[in-house]
Design a protein around this ligand. Structure first.
Ligand code: MG
Length: 455
């Protein structure tokens, strides 16, 4: 069984994710880092302290020196892991998932999330319980640390604002509840905080920021006549925005708008941004005319971070609101993103609705086709050739994550669901008519391939 998904260990508390498993992951990290220095933080979930205690116990048992940050956003943990010179960072969080879930995210000493290789090593250690336990004299010590001021200092040095922005901040009762309002105040903003009491039941809204879950924020922004509303997911690596009219800003369009701003601000000849295979083609349409290039990778912030580093990109982001600013660090950072966005609005002398106005709107269609788990990956593999044959006007075929075909006026992505017996089709077109045409043709190809398999 695979322990890691696209963002660390994740599962239902008490069923998939237990203190026993957390302790084993702790022992694996303690063994893997050879009893190194490990920084640990957690989000506000009801199960987070319980899991942290178990995990820390596992770390100690292998002689690791443990530094506990308490409740802190994931990007703060990742940033401090590097700055404090720890060998690893561990974050207890299920990010945007419902309250009954929890998870464990691991970072290396450079503040980068563990990639596939490191994850597989941890998985092997957990599976075979191949732990190197310390003797009684060498049990690891625990030291509480309060270093969030170091992170706040980094943000304040990176962003200076001239205008006194009126900002409504919505941490959703998650890990950014205390730190986000403080940072905006220190930037000189007029801050109104909603859902800013840490609460693992997430009474204000879902930990996942979306148009639906942020209706309350949108109404508050409008009622107060504020300049902008910002909202984070449960662990603060994602951000979403509400504009000055109280309208939720489409996540793909704000990603494209910020990516094009990052390209404009940067110098050098080969400037590029990284996004994933699911993001809208509005990213290319806004970045390419400025001389920028777009690299697309597998879905998952780890893959975006790795590509940003590898290609020395100026910016990386996924349409879920996870944005990476490599000038500062390689972990998606909701708080930093939201303050940098205000800076971008000042630079361009625009309101938020104006900032995204130049980004085109395209039509997206999604369809699921039932497909047995045993064959879904083979179906996708075989579908690549058939899709290529059926779409002679295809400009580019990528198999970096499923199969993705790019056309002049749209694209199609075919992927196997991570958890369900489904093949998922995503199509985007310049118009609804174009999108529908691509979808019909692609769905037919997949249906035929499936039929071949079942014959
Ligand atoms: Mg998150």
């Amino acid at each position: 069984m695979r322990l890691f998904g696209s963002s660390g260990v994740r599962g239902l508390v008490g069923a998939e994710l237990t203190p026993t498993l957390a302790a084993k992951v702790g022992m694996a990290v303690g063994t893997f880092t050879k009893a190194g220095r490990v920084l640990v933080a957690r989000d506000t979930r009801t199960s987070s302290l319980m899991l942290e205690n178990a995990l820390v116990s596992g770390l100690q048992s292998c002689g690791a020196k443990v530094y506990c940050l308490g409740v802190a956003p994931t990007p703060v943990l990742a940033y401090l892991t590097r700055v404090l010179g720890a060998d690893a960072g561990v974050m207890i969080t299920a990010s945007h998932n419902p309250p009954e879930y929890n998870g464990i995210k691991l970072f290396d000493g450079t503040g980068m999330a563990y990639g596939d290789e490191h994850q597989e090593e941890i998985e092997r250690l957990v599976m075979y319980e191949n732990f190197r336990l310390a003797d009684w004299q060498n049990i690891g010590e625990i030291t509480p640390v309060n270093e969030t001021s170091t992170y706040i200092k980094m943000v304040l040095e990176s962003v200076q604002l001239k205008k006194r922005w009126q900002v409504v901040v919505d941490p959703g009762c998650g890990a950014t509840s205390q730190i986000a309002p403080v940072i905006f105040k220190r930037l000189g903003c007029k801050v109104i905080a909603v859902n800013a009491q840490p609460d693992g039941f997430f009474p204000g809204r879902s930990p996942e920021p979306s148009a639906e879950s942020l209706q309350g924020l949108a109404e508050t922004v409008k009622a107060l006549g504020a300049d902008v509303g910002v909202a984070y997911d449960g662990d603060g690596d994602r951000v979403a925005f509400v504009d000055e009219n109280g309208i939720f800003v489409n996540l793909d369009r704000i990603l494209a708008a910020y990516a094009s701003y990052a390209i404009k601000k940067s110098r050098g000849k080969d400037r590029l941004v990284v996004t994933n295979v699911e993001a809208s083609m509005c990213v290319e349409r806004t970045v390419e005319p400025l001389g920028g290039r777009v690299v697309r990778v597998k879905v998952g912030d780890v893959y975006v971070a790795e590509a940003v580093k590898k290609f020395d990109a100026v910016f990386g982001g996924e349409p879920c609101g996870a944005w990476i600013h490599p000038q500062h660090h390689y972990c998606p950072d909701g708080i930093l993103s939201s303050t940098l966005l205000l800076k971008a609005l000042e630079d361009e002398d625009k309101r938020l609705s104006e900032f995204v106005a130049h980004v085109p709107v395209f039509q997206v269609l999604r369809r699921n086709i039932r497909c047995r788990n045993e064959i879904k990956h083979a179906v996708i593999e075989r579908a690549a050739d058939h899709l290529k044959a059926s779409f002679p006007d295809c400009r580019d075929l990528s198999t970096v994550d499923g199969v993705r075909l790019t056309f002049e006026d749209g694209w199609v992505l075919v992927r196997a669901s991570g958890t369900e017996p489904l093949v998922r089709l995503t199509v985007e077109g310049e118009s609804l008519k174009v999108a529908e045409k691509i979808m019909e043709k692609a769905a037919n190809v997949i249906a035929n391939v499936l039929e071949d398999f079942e014959r």
